[in-house]
Write a protein that binds this ligand. Structure first.
Ligand code: TXA
Ligand code: MG
Length: 371
């Protein structure tokens, strides 16, 4: 980013609107339709929205986030009907139609054939012949999209290289002063999922490819679409073009190195590490309660044992806490030398598998091209 641009994005003051207030949602929608950047809650994570047809608004997303320009954005629309009306996606292949009918609104992004490159700002698709589309379920996102009546390009509302935001406080920590406004979900409509949507390549009639695991599992996709579902989010060789361009970028990792171990081995690992300095523990609340108070141990509870959805919801806040965020919310902020994280049983290939995918990325620091 040029120093001039950096100055420009900081010159703004971010307005915080209340997601529950109709007038505030209308103000946010007007701002969005006028070409401003507006962060808003979805059921997965907060998104940083801009009118997907405005080249300058879309450029501003990349500038505010510090995001590489060859990583395409997901376009958010209010319904399948409005997707058809906007006309930027081609005719949906049959499996895509079935998925849209089953999972929209919801935490599923469909990569679809792009009908016309002119219908969207060039930065949205990064030169691909496909476009990622999602109809979010969160009531505030739904109200905003309906009121703005524009296709909304929105990556997660974090600075590039930071964890996705799951609260308005996270968005402000990363983007205050860099975006026009933020719609706060507030207490009454919290984020339900907490991890980014499942991204599926649905451009073919005969099969689907999962590009990023999320709350909608491979088995659910197969059941709904009636075609084979292959996993495309495995490791990609550095020379190969990754199917989801975002997969090749360095992923967020906390400042302290993070190691994932089976739950039953956390205590032993902590005992071993404690002799060398302070140790962070990221685990369910019961295990954290057992370890809390031991000398040199800093616990950050993440969900309830046996409820992987609760762990998924709290993962990004827990990772941010280890980097010193969330002091006001009473979350731990002492620096630690190493973090020991408890693995979840991921055999269900749903939310627990998505949680483990993100945890492993945080552990590898994104040095691996993908996974
Ligand atoms: O839950 C979510 O998906 C959130 C909320 C805000 O909707 N959004 C989100 O966006 O996570 P972002 O930009 O952080 O991640 C989008 C991912 C990237 O890995 C990108 O490469 C991939 O989707 N993607 C977008 N368009 C694509 C396309 N046409 N083909 C393949 N991958 C695509
Ligand atoms: Mg992101």
């Amino acid at each position: 980013m040029s120093p001039h641009l950096a100055h420009e994005v900081r010159a703004l003051r971010t307005i915080v609107w209340r997601g529950q207030c109709e007038l505030d949602v209308a103000s946010a929608a007007r701002s969005l339709a006028a070409g401003d950047l507006v962060a808003f809650p979805t059921e997965t994570v907060y998104g940083l929205g801009a009118d997907a047809r405005s080249a300058s608004a879309v450029r501003a997303i990349f500038a505010a986030k510090g995001r590489p320009s060859d990583n395409p954005l997901i376009v958010h629309v209010a319904s399948l009907h409005s997707l058809t009306r906007f006309g930027f996606a081609g005719r949906l292949p049959l499996p895509a139609q079935k998925l849209a009918r089953t999972f929209w609104p919801g935490p599923l992004t469909l990569v679809l054939p792009l009908a016309s490159a002119d219908a969207l700002a060039p930065g949205v698709t990064a030169g691909l012949s496909t476009v990622g589309v999602r109809v979010p379920r969160h009531p505030v996102a739904a109200a905003l999209l309906a009121a703005a009546d524009v296709p909304v390009a929105a990556p997660s509302a974090n600075r590039s290289g930071r964890p996705s935001p799951t609260s308005a406080a996270h968005v402000l920590a990363d983007l205050d002063g860099r975006v026009a406004g933020l719609l706060d979900a507030g207490e009454s409509a919290p984020i339900a999922v907490g991890l980014e949507s499942t991204v599926v390549d649905a451009t073919r009639e005969d099969r689907l490819t999962v590009l990023r695991p999320g709350a909608v599992s491979r088995r659910q996709l197969e059941d709904a679409a009636g075609v084979p579902v292959v996993e495309g989010s495995g490791r990609v060789s550095v020379r190969q073009t990754p199917p989801a361009p975002g997969m090749k970028y360095r992923h967020y990792a906390p400042v302290a190195p993070l190691r994932v171990v089976p739950r039953g081995e956390v205590r032993r690992e902590v005992d071993l590490e404690c002799s060398r300095g302070s140790v962070g523990v990221l685990a369910d609340s019961a295990l954290c309660a057992e370890l809390q108070g031991e000398p040199g141990v800093v616990v950050v509870p993440c969900g309830v044992r046996g409820d992987p959805s609760s762990s998924a919801r709290e993962l990004y806040a827990a990772l941010r806490a280890f980097d010193g965020e969330g002091v006001a919310a009473g979350m731990q902020s002492e620096p630690v030398r190493v973090i020991i994280a408890a693995a979840l049983d991921e055999s269900d290939d749903g939310i627990a598998a998505a949680f483990m995918n993100r945890l492993r990325k945080a552990a590898s620091g994104g040095d691996l091209p993908a996974s």
